[in-house]
Design a protein around this ligand. Structure first.
Ligand SMILES: [Zn+2]
Ligand SMILES: [Zn+2]
Length: 261
């Protein structure tokens, strides 16, 4: 026996598809859909206004990456001076990738957002984040050949059931209409978690932990991870891909920490 809600939904779908064929969806239909299935804040799950992604409280606690940014790592610069286009870290060390761009500054609230993808494989949140990243940076213009998620070691994938970076990369792949490739880059050994390690320890921890197989010669690649901290993992991955003669490597993450020391 169908519930009233299901019957209601069926009528709406029929009406919606009829109107959609004529490229018109009356406002009252959207209102009913929103009433039946209200949008929720991606972070705290409270109901939000139509088409809103975050509630006012969570939105005000987030910092979206805005100019001025370091042209290499994409972290926000403290000073808005025309001559300064790189952060201190990037001025003193060379990155293996061409540039990195992120959506948010990593804080308590963006961490909550990312943890939902990591713990629940939340594709809806991953999709919304990727849409915002595309709106912010117009990644289609990079004309990339592949999107490659930073791989987890197979034992971690087995334990969790999925690789969180793959969940995000799959959504970005759909939005950009660029294939995701999870075969080219492999994690060849299990590494310790990077948390609480110094910059030097992070580099050492991921050194020679990845391998690249398959033809990437002349290809433009988007490397995808959830958070950019020191860039140690993304740099190590970019190094092995570039040694296979990739043309360009661009890194995309949902969040980036403020400068790390
Ligand atoms: Zn909220
Ligand atoms: Zn930088």
């Amino acid at each position: 026996m169908q519930t009233r809600r299901t019957q209601c939904l069926y009528v709406i779908i029929v009406l919606h598809s009829n109107f959609a064929e004529k490229n018109i969806v009356p406002k009252f239909l959207n209102l009913i859909i929103n009433w039946l299935f209200p949008e929720k804040c991606l972070i705290c799950n409270c109901e939000v206004f139509e088409k809103a992604v975050f509630c006012p409280k969570c939105f005000s606690a987030l910092t979206f990456i805005d100019r001025p940014i370091c042209q290499f790592c994409g972290k926000m610069l403290a000073l808005d001076i025309d001559d300064i286009t790189y952060c201190e870290t990037c001025m003193n060390s060379k990155n293996e990738f061409d540039f990195c761009r992120s959506l948010l500054v990593y804080n308590l609230f963006s961490k909550k957002l990312i943890m939902k993808i990591k713990k629940n494989a939340d594709r809806h949140i991953a999709k919304k984040c990727c849409s915002m990243i595309e709106m912010r940076y117009n990644l289609k213009s990079l004309q990339a050949d592949f999107i490659i998620p930073i791989p987890s070691h197979w034992t971690r994938v087995l334990k969790r059931g999925y690789n969180p970076a793959t969940i995000i990369a799959a959504e970005l792949s759909k939005i950009l209409q660029i294939p995701m490739n999870t075969k080219i880059l492999k994690r060849t050994r299990k590494t310790e978690y990077q948390k609480n390690k110094s910059i030097a320890e992070r580099k050492e921890n991921v050194k020679n932990a990845f391998s690249c197989s398959g033809n990437v010669s002349g290809k433009v690649i988007i490397l995808l991870d959830d958070v950019y901290t020191t860039g140690a993992t993304l740099n190590e991955c970019a190094k092995v891909i570039k040694s296979s003669e990739a043309k360009a490597i661009y890194c995309i993450t949902i969040a980036t920490t403020e400068n790390y020391s």
